[in-house]
Design a protein around this ligand. Structure first.
Ligand code: F6R
Length: 606
């Protein structure tokens, strides 16, 4: 996610803002900028790359300014360039603003504004807001913001200043977080608490829809523009705790961010409830031309690819090969100009995945990447890109990137299916209705962690943990087993439940912990028999199942019921207890869950 720091007070705005931005650097970003009003004049500087580039650009500018807005950007629309960095200015250079979030209707707004004679210098969604503010500005920034926010669709936190009103700072919060700090008469507003803590621990958490007007004091307005008072809270967080927003670890924070991550992921793929992948979509003719589809990735991204394969095969009825990038790069015998090569990579920098992409391109395949990092190497080199929009993932073990990769692949599969007329609009509508309920259902799981914590305590000293499942559930357990081994160092293995009798059942002994995932109606009875099989050999079975699975619960040592969804979407829910189990087991063993031994977040060597 991007970061916002705004200031109005007695101190030098430049210093407060730069310091505030520094405190957000740990999350990763690709450009930085600030605007201040100095002696009645708006001054803006922005640079791609590190904050140090911006500081260098500001060396010759002492900037005697007491009001300003700053931003570090993590690109979602447009490459990380100086021009795309925030703040963005209105055409008349009177208004400057910083923005976190995504404006869903920016395409149509931009087209309309261009027709009206306005121009744009960046490829961001944000610039549309600056231009709209100019259009509605009649000498009162607050009034202009009140009008413009009614036009915007999406999520946004904004910090805005105007040269014509040099003592005023206006901020808005719609979905994206914004917190205000009160330091004597000074006001800081930031997307994240660490940016404020040096100056004050007196905070006001702006509520969704709040509008803040800072001028001779401050006034907050609610979503209906009524004046409201918000409670001032004193926090006792250390800087480190604040970076993790009160969670103990980044992995925990990222697991708990998944309802929002899924919502964001869908934001740039659905327009008015219909799939619209913009530049990433293929025409019907292009899709018909492909006679082979490969999904290629590493580790967790490859496990998301398993589900992508399922979704494309089920909905679009195209056979798909899912292959590990490290194998594919030396083993790609059938690639040609009729091949679609889909790469999946959170970082967009994984060496094997990048090499697979280049190999595919060399053989004339069409390439598409599903990635979380815009302008990463794979993003730049692939023909088309679908962005996960999970926000920066810091913990080494991937969690929110995985679920948003799976979500992105589902939407891609449905888009293919619609274009190829393998599914009706009505059927897609029904599926998307269920998709829209997933964030709430993930939240239900996150609100019910006690049974998972208990089981984590029971398995923490196990030498091996086995995971079993069939079909889509097998794909879920592959990811679950990887999560556990990565962060708890317990040997864990995913076994296709139907394969047990062919050899792996020999591993099960008295007390062996087995995690069974059983969500798929058509194979429920089969999985039931497999649970019976391992139970008969003394296994302690912890079953993750759908809501109507009493039969499974009866044969399990313990069970965890997932909220109801359609079978094809269960992997997005089933993985959440698995992630939590891995996280709590690591914690119970006192391990460094965010930085597991021998592992790195981005594997840029072969
Ligand atoms: C596991 C994990 C890794 C990555 C893999 C690919 O939790 O994070 O298995 O999924 O290294 O990384 P990306 O997606 O960055 O290409």
């Amino acid at each position: 996610m991007c970061g916002i720091v705004c200031y109005s007070g007695k101190n030098a705005a430049k210093d407060v803002i730069l310091e505030g931005l520094e405190r957000l650097e740990y999350r990763g970003y690709d450009s930085a900028g600030l605007s201040v009003i100095e002696k009645g004049k708006l001054f803006t500087a922005k640079r791609s790359g590190k904050l140090s580039n911006l500081k260098l650009a500001l060396l010759d500018h002492p900037l005697e300014a007491n009001i300003g807005i700053g931003h570090i950007r993590w690109a979602t629309h447009g490459a990380p360039t100086d021009l795309n960095a925030h703040p963005h200015l209105s055409n008349d250079k009177n208004i400057a603003l910083v923005h976190n979030g995504i404006i869903e209707n920016f395409h149509e707004l931009k087209e309309k504004l261009i027709k009206e004679g306005y121009h744009f210098t960046s490829s961001t969604d944000t610039e549309v807001i600056a231009v709209l503010l100019e259009k509605y500005y009649e000498g009162d920034l607050l009034e202009a913001v009140k009008k413009v926010r009614k036009i915007l669709k999406g999520s946004y936190a904004l910090g805005i200043i105007a040269q014509s009103e040099p003592d005023r700072l206006v901020c808005v919060r719609c979905e994206s977080p914004l917190v205000m700090g009160l330091a004597g008469g000074d006001v800081l507003v930031a997307s994240d608490i660490p940016s404020i803590l040096k100056y004050t621990n007196k905070l006001i958490y702006l509520e969704n829809g709040d509008l803040l007007d800072v001028k001779d004091g401050y006034q907050i307005y609610d979503i209906d523009d009524n004046k409201v008072d918000r409670e001032i809270k004193e926090v006792s967080w250390s800087l480190e705790a604040a970076s993790k927003e009160g969670f103990d670890h980044f992995m925990e924070k990222e697991i708990f961010e998944q309802p929002r991550a899924i919502e964001d992921c869908l934001r740039n793929k659905l327009v008015d409830g219909k799939i619209d992948l913009g530049d990433a979509s293929f025409t019907k003719e292009e899709l018909r031309n492909f006679n082979k589809v490969y999904i290629v990735a590493c580790g967790t991204a490859s496990y998301a690819g398993n589900i992508g394969k399922y979704a494309i095969e089920k909905f679009a009825q195209i056979p798909v090969v899912n292959e590990l990038a490290s194998e594919f790069r030396y083993n790609n015998h059938f690639i040609d100009e009729k091949t679609l090569l889909i790469l999946v990579s959170q970082s967009g920098e994984t060496a094997d995945t990048l090499a697979a992409l280049r190999e595919g391109k060399r053989k004339k395949a069409t390439t598409l990447v599903v990635t979380n990092v815009l302008a990463s190497s794979i993003d730049r080199e692939a023909d088309k890109s679908v962005y996960c929009l999970a926000g920066p993932e810091i913990a080494v073990a991937s969690t929110k990137a995985y679920t948003t990769q799976v979500m992105s692949l589902y939407i891609l599969a449905l888009d293919f299916a619609l274009k190829l007329k393998k599914i009706t609009e009505k059927e897609v509508e029904e599926i998307l209705k269920e998709v829209s309920k997933l964030p709430g259902k993930i939240q239900e799981i996150l609100d019910n962690t006690d049974p998972i914590k208990e089981f984590a305590n029971e398995i923490k000293d196990a030498s091996s943990v086995f995971y079993i499942g069939r079909g889509l559930d097998y794909y879920s357990v592959i990811e679950g087993a990887l999560k556990l081994k990565e962060v708890s160092y317990i040997h864990s293995e995913a076994l296709a439940a139907g394969e047990l009798k062919h050899g792996t059942l020999a591993l099960i002994e008295e007390g062996s912990p087995v995690i069974a995932v059983a969500t798929q109606e058509n194979i429920m009875d089969k999985t039931f028999s497999n649970i019976e099989e391992v139970r008969a050999r003394g296994a302690k079975v912890f079953t993750i199942c759908g809501e109507n699975a009493e039969k499974l619960e009866n044969v399990s040592y313990k069970s965890y019921k997932l909220p109801q969804t359609i079978d094809s979407l269960y992997p997005i829910l089933a993985v959440i207890p698995e992630q939590l189990l891995a996280y709590y087991t690591s914690g119970a063993k006192g391990l460094d869950v965010d930085k597991p031994r021998n592992l790195a977040k981005s594997v840029t060597v072969e």
